[in-house]
Design a protein around this ligand. Structure first.
Ligand SMILES: [Zn+2]
Length: 328
């Protein structure tokens, strides 16, 4: 890994950091904020390597020297990685860090610390860190990482240079999740619903979501092949599964994705399809319907999503929707 590959994901952040390194103008403290999966820790570690590597070329660490290798293997004596101990980062962890750093004057060595999930510091820990940030040593660098910056003390944020990490593109998210061995047919759907990796993984691990997809496919199959049975399917499979408003919304989103896929099939733009493993059913439905009709059905779904927020009778809402979807 090097700055070049990292910049594919985070062009702005990497340019800023490498520029600062080249000009010897790194800040004492940075706050990296961004969703899970945006490369905060990778970039923090690479920056730390650059910071310690004595044979680096401009901002690029060599990757071969003892400093680089020790950081790679996680046992560099002057690089401290702090993660929540259980639910939170506790004051003892910050105190221990401060003790390490208090020897700094004697050795005059550079030191770095990376605080993962910095927002999970207890109040005590945060206040203790604050004093630390106020009196940075000559050669220290602090990297605070967070997915929830709004939960950090303003006083901490104001002492850091804040770098916002760009969200992953849908394509990157799909690649990451497939690499993590989640099933592709589910990954495509989860990442159509959210571009937040954490939310997507929660969906993928949720049995309810896996079943929701099956129920949507079941309903679509009946609508195509035996439309007169659609209301029975609602009774048997839909209402028992999609109960809460939030669940119904996911159901409507899945239907919307489905109809978009039907539309894309009609346009022969198959590379953008989300339900890739359902080509046969999509083709059947695409052939039986016109583009105008499918467009109308998508409008019906958007309308139902809007009415869902207005608190009307939820079963009635879905029943009316399905009756309208089934026409023509
Ligand atoms: Zn090196």
């Amino acid at each position: 890994m090097n700055w070049n590959t990292l910049s594919e994901k985070q062009p702005y952040v990497t340019r800023l950091l490498t520029n600062s390194m080249d000009k010897h103008r790194l800040a004492h403290a940075y706050l990296f904020k961004g969703n899970k999966g945006t490369g905060k820790k990778q970039i923090a570690l690479h920056l730390t390597k650059g910071y310690f590597c004595k044979v680096r070329e401009s901002s690029e660490p060599c990757g071969e020297c003892p400093d680089c290798k020790r950081i790679d293997s996680g046992n560099h004596p002057d690089v401290h990685l702090i993660e929540p101990d259980g639910q939170s980062i506790k004051i003892e962890q910050i105190r221990k860090l401060q003790k390490e750093f208090s020897y700094l004057g004697l050795e005059s060595k550079a030191k770095a610390y990376i605080l993962e999930h910095a927002d999970r510091m207890t109040n005590q820990a945060a206040n203790s860190l604050l004093k630390f940030l106020e009196e940075p040593g000559q050669k220290t660098i602090a990297l605070l990482l967070t997915e929830n910056p709004q939960q950090l003390l303003d006083t901490i944020i104001s002492r850091c240079q804040v770098l916002t990490f760009a969200p992953q593109s849908q394509g990157q998210l799909i690649d990451t999740l497939i690499k993590d061995e989640h099933p592709e047919h589910l990954v495509r759907i989860a990442s159509a619903l959210t571009n937040d990796q954490k939310e997507a993984v929660e969906l993928l691990q949720d049995e309810w979501f896996v079943q929701a997809r099956k129920n949507v496919l079941n309903l679509m199959e009946e609508l195509v092949k035996r439309p007169q049975r659609a209301l029975l399917v609602l009774q048997d499979y839909w209402y028992p599964h999609f109960k809460e408003k939030q669940q119904i919304e996911v159901g409507l989103d899945l239907l919307l994705i489905w109809y978009k896929d039907v539309f894309l099939t009609q346009l022969d733009e198959k590379q953008s399809i989300v339900f890739k493993d359902q080509e046969k059913l999509l083709s059947d439905q695409a052939l039986k319907s016109s583009q105008n009709r499918v467009r109308d059905q998508m409008v019906l779904l958007l309308e139902a999503k809007r009415r869902l927020q207005a608190n009307m009778n939820l079963q009635l809402l879905i029943e009316q929707l399905v009756l309208k979807l089934q026409e023509g």
